[in-house]
Design a binder for this molecule. Sequence first.
Ligand SMILES: Nc1ncnc2c1ncn2[C@@H]1O[C@H](COP(=O)(O)OP(=O)(O)OP(=O)(O)O)[C@@H](O)[C@H]1O
Ligand SMILES: [Mg+2]
Length: 403
Amino acid sequence: MSILWQAVGRSPELAASIGGRVRAADTLADVEQLLTADSSETLVVIGPDIETEAALAFAAGQRLRRPALGVVLLREHVDVDLLTRALRSGVREVVTAGEFAELAQACERSRALSRSAPVPHAEAEAGKGQVVTVFSAKGGCGKTTLAVNLALALADGGARSVCLVDLDLAFGDVAINLQLDPNRTLTNALSMVGRMDETGATSLLTPYRDGLSVLMAPVTPGEAEKIPAALVTELLDALRKTVDYVVVDTPSQFSEHVLNAMDASQHHVLLTTPDVPALKNLRLTLDMLDLLSYPREMRSVVLNRSDAKVGLSTEDVARVVRAPIAAYIPSSRDVPISINKGTPIWTSTPQHAVSQAITRFARESLVTVSSATAAEAIETSHDSRVPSPRKQGTFARLRKGRR
Ligand SMILES: Nc1ncnc2c1ncn2[C@@H]1O[C@H](COP(=O)(O)OP(=O)(O)OP(=O)(O)O)[C@@H](O)[C@H]1O
Ligand SMILES: [Mg+2]
């Protein structure tokens, strides 16, 4: 069964393309009523006469409440801007009104996705580690520095098992930070696309020390483009079955790969520095994450170089960001020095103010009583984040539009 949300212009052709029994809804209230009455509903098709903003808000709202529900949007005109916004709201497919064959295929794809969508279930999550994605929309804020040292702080000399994944596919420098030879990288995962399991994922890791292993970014130019975004989901899912924490370092763009990492995460660490461009980008990032319906409890804002004398106080920063700051990491020339030496500051000088700030953050925001309990606590409070089934069709279309 499916729902067609459209006030006027319903035609038999339209209903036939959607397929199966189609129930009509004139208003959002009607749609909600039908959905409440039938929790097994898997498809809502939104007609071209429904305002785009209302349609996107509806899709965004359903992402967490009903992850198995697909939303297919019909529009008179489809362009890249619309596709981007629709995708970010969780719409599965956007189809030009009147393209009935295309609509039929879109509905079929959406139904197939709904059939395979995992059902949130706390028990199924037991025994899995937490994925922590470190992100900042402005480059050079210290993502890699934080990801590396946070991974070490979480591993805590071997107390916990941690895997650090370098998702900065084109310019990843985790390997350089840790002076590791990139013999095995994400490129080696290509042969396992579509059938990644724990053994395969573990075979990609390079041991560092004390409970920490690393999945390095590709090194050869051109390899980054070969990594499909779906691989990120597969990999993170497999890795978290093998370690207590997976820490993900990212590039500074909301790429499809980063969004997949965000989807697979239990915790988003959003980094900024006390300067206006970085703060503006953080604000945009927070708005974007809100739009994508990620629960706010799963995010931590970290202020790097918090003591930098740049005319903005920490109060100014908190006001601009409009979110609590979970950690303040001071600025120190010992950080770049440690990177040049190839030994992260957390390892070389654990009592350093930078190392201490990161340890405190790890302890207070990521590790509660024990990693198992923390994982459970976060899983329950975050409704066992279900990978969003928003991608495929719409992204395929986006790419087609760019060619
Ligand atoms: N707390 C700090 N004090 C002093 N220098 C720092 C601090 N944090 C990071 N840095 C320096 O800032 C530079 C950028 O850091 P890093 O590479 O971690 O940023 P990034 O966000 O990963 O950058 P990119 O966007 O290029 O990936 C590095 O030279 C690093 O040593
Ligand atoms: Mg980096």
